[in-house]
Design a protein. Structure first.
Length: 445
C-alpha cells in the first residue's frame, strides 16, 4: 500500500478522498489554490502545497506543478478525484514517466474513452447496446441529413471529445442541419479544442441510468445502477438507486463488466446509458473516475468505493467477487448547489450560518462550515445530502425531513427545489425522464 498520496482536487471530493486515505493508513498531501488555503481538506491534510495562480483554475490544472508537488513531498501516487485532471491523458502519461501512480485508468484507456466515437465502437464490439449513428466524424450537412433519413428523426449532434452536454444539438428535420452542425462544431472547438462531431439517434422520453464498475486491468465487477434523470443543463441534480429489476440489472451489469475487460480498464468507472420508454438501453459514455454520486452505491451496498479504487491502484486484485455484492434498501442524493433555485445562476458568498442534518441513514459530504467563503470561480456544489431507507417511500420521507433540518445562510441554494421535487406526484410515481425539470416548470410556484 502507498505510504503517501497527493490529492489533486478541492472541495467535498478532496475531503472524501482524504478520509479514505486515512482509513487505509496513508498520509494525506494536497495541492491548493489561494481561494482554498483555509478549506477543510487543506486544514486536515498532513502536507499542503500552495499553488497560487492568477487564474484560480490553473492551481488545479497545471499538471507539471502538481507532479512537482508530489515529488517534493515524496508522494507515490496522485488521486485526481473528478473534474480538473481526472480525465487528462497527458497528465497520466507524465505521472507514468515520473514513476508516480495515477489512481485511475491508463492514459491509453482515458484517450480511448474520451473519444466518444471510438468509445462507441469499442463498447459495441464488447456487446453493449448502442444507438444507431455515425461511425466516423461528420462535417457535412448533406452527409448528416442522409444519415438521419436512414436512422429516423429526431437525431442529436454531439462533440466527439465532449462531455457535460456541451454543444449538443437536437435536429428534427433536414433544414436544421446546416446551422446545428456549425454550432456544435464551434462549441466543441471552443470547449475541447476538437471540432469533430457525430450524429446518433435521439432517444425521446429517455431515462438516464448508470452502472458502477470496479476493474483491476483484467477482471471487473459491478455494483448495480444509479438513476440520474433529474438534471439541469445536462448536469445531474438528484440521484437515487436502485432502480431496475434484478433481471435487468444482471443483464446490463454483465455487459458493462465485459466492456471494462475489453479495454483493460483499471479503477472505478461509470458506464452511462439512456433507456427509452420501451425499456431498451443505449450506451452513452464511460466516465473513467469516481463520480459525484458514488455515495448512492456506497449506501445500498455497504462498500467504500473510494478505498477500493485506491487499493486496486496500489496493485491489489479485485477484493470482492460479483456474488459478494449485495443490495439493501434505497438511497437518494440531493446535490446542494449554491445556486438560485429558479434559474440555477451561481450564488457565491460567505456562509453566516450552516447546519446539516444527522440521524440513522443520513450522510452529508461537504467541505462547508460556518464562515466558509463559497468562491464563484469553481463548481457550485456546496454539499451532498444522502439518505438511506428500507424502501423508496422511506427514503423520500427521510430526505424531506433532512432537507427541513438543513440550514445554509449566506448564499442561495437549490434546497427549495429539492423539497418541491420530494412532494411532486410524478417523482413519487417514478414517472421521471431527463426532461423532468422542463416538464415541471412550476415546481416552485
Amino acid at each position: 500500500m502507498f505510504k503517501r498520496v497527493l490529492i489533486a482536487n478541492r472541495g467535498e471530493i478532496a475531503l472524501r478522498i482524504s478520509r479514505a486515505l486515512r482509513e487505509l493508513g496513508i498520509e494525506v498531501c494536497i495541492v491548493h489554490g489561494r481561494e482554498d488555503r483555509l478549506s477543510l481538506p487543506v486544514r486536515f491534510s498532513d502536507y499542503a502545497i500552495p499553488l497560487y495562480r492568477s487564474n484560480p483554475l490553473d492551481s488545479y490544472l497545471d499538471y507539471e506543478a502538481v507532479i512537482q508537488a508530489a515529488k517534493d513531498v515524496g508522494a507515490e501516487a496522485i488521486h485526481p478525484g473528478y473534474g480538473f485532471l481526472a480525465e487528462n491523458a497527458a497528465f497520466v502519461k507524465r505521472c507514468q514517466e515520473e514513476d508516480i501512480t495515477f489512481i485511475g485508468p491508463s492514459a491509453d484507456v482515458i484517450s480511448l474513452l474520451g473519444d466518444k466515437i471510438e468509445a462507441r465502437k469499442a463498447m459495441e464490439a464488447a456487446g453493449l447496446p448502442i444507438a444507431r449513428g455515425s461511425d466516423e466524424a461528420v462535417d457535412d450537412a448533406q452527409v448528416a441529413s442522409k444519415l438521419a433519413d436512414e436512422i429516423g428523426y429526431p437525431v442529436i449532434i454531439k462533440a466527439a471529445a465532449g462531455g457535460g452536454g456541451i454543444g449538443m444539438q437536437i435536429v428534427h428535420q433536414a433544414s436544421e442541419f446546416e446551422s446545428a452542425l456549425k454550432l456544435c462544431q464551434s462549441r466543441a472547438q471552443s470547449a475541447f479544442g476538437d471540432n469533430r462531431v457525430f450524429v446518433e439517434k435521439f432517444i425521446e422520453g429517455a431515462q438516464h441510468i448508470e452502472f458502477q464498475v470496479l476493474a483491476d486491468g483484467e477482471d471487473a465487477i459491478h455494483f448495480g445502477e444509479r438513476f440520474c434523470s433529474i438534471q439541469r443543463r445536462h448536469q445531474k441534480l438528484l440521484e437515487e438507486g436502485p432502480w431496475l429489476s434484478e433481471e435487468v440489472r444482471t443483464e446490463i451489469g454483465s455487459r458493462v463488466c465485459e466492456g471494462a475487460r475489453a479495454v483493460g480498464y483499471r479503477g472505478l468507472a461509470t458506464f452511462e446509458f439512456l433507456r427509452d420508454k420501451h425499456g431498451e438501453f443505449y450506451f452513452l459514455e464511460v466516465n473513467p473516475r469516481v463520480q459525484v454520486e458514488h455515495t448512492i452505491t456506497e449506501m445500498i451496498t455497504g462498500v467504500d468505493l473510494v478505498k477500493l479504487g485506491i487499493r486496486v491502484a496500489a496493485g491489489e486484485a479485485l477484493p470482492l467477487s460479483q456474488e459478494e455484492i449485495q443490495f439493501s434498501g434505497h438511497a437518494i442524493q440531493c446535490r446542494l448547489n449554491a445556486e438560485d433555485p429558479n434559474n440555477f445562476v451561481p450564488s457565491p458568498g460567505k456562509l453566516w450560518d450552516c447546519h446539516f442534518p444527522g440521524g440513522r441513514g443520513v450522510r452529508v459530504d461537504t467541505h462547508a462550515h460556518i464562515g466558509y467563503e463559497m468562491p464563484g470561480c469553481f463548481d457550485s456544489l456546496l454539499a451532498k445530502l444522502i439518505v438511506w431507507g428500507q424502501n423508496r417511500d422511506e427514503a423520500i420521507a427521510k430526505m424531506k425531513a433532512a432537507l427541513v433540518e438543513t440550514t445554509i445562510i449566506g448564499v442561495e441554494t437549490v434546497i427549495p427545489l429539492h423539497q418541491a421535487i420530494m412532494d411532486e406526484p410524478d417523482f413519487i410515481a417514478r414517472d421521471v425522464t431527463i426532461q423532468y425539470l422542463e416538464n415541471h416548470p412550476n415546481l416552485l410556484g
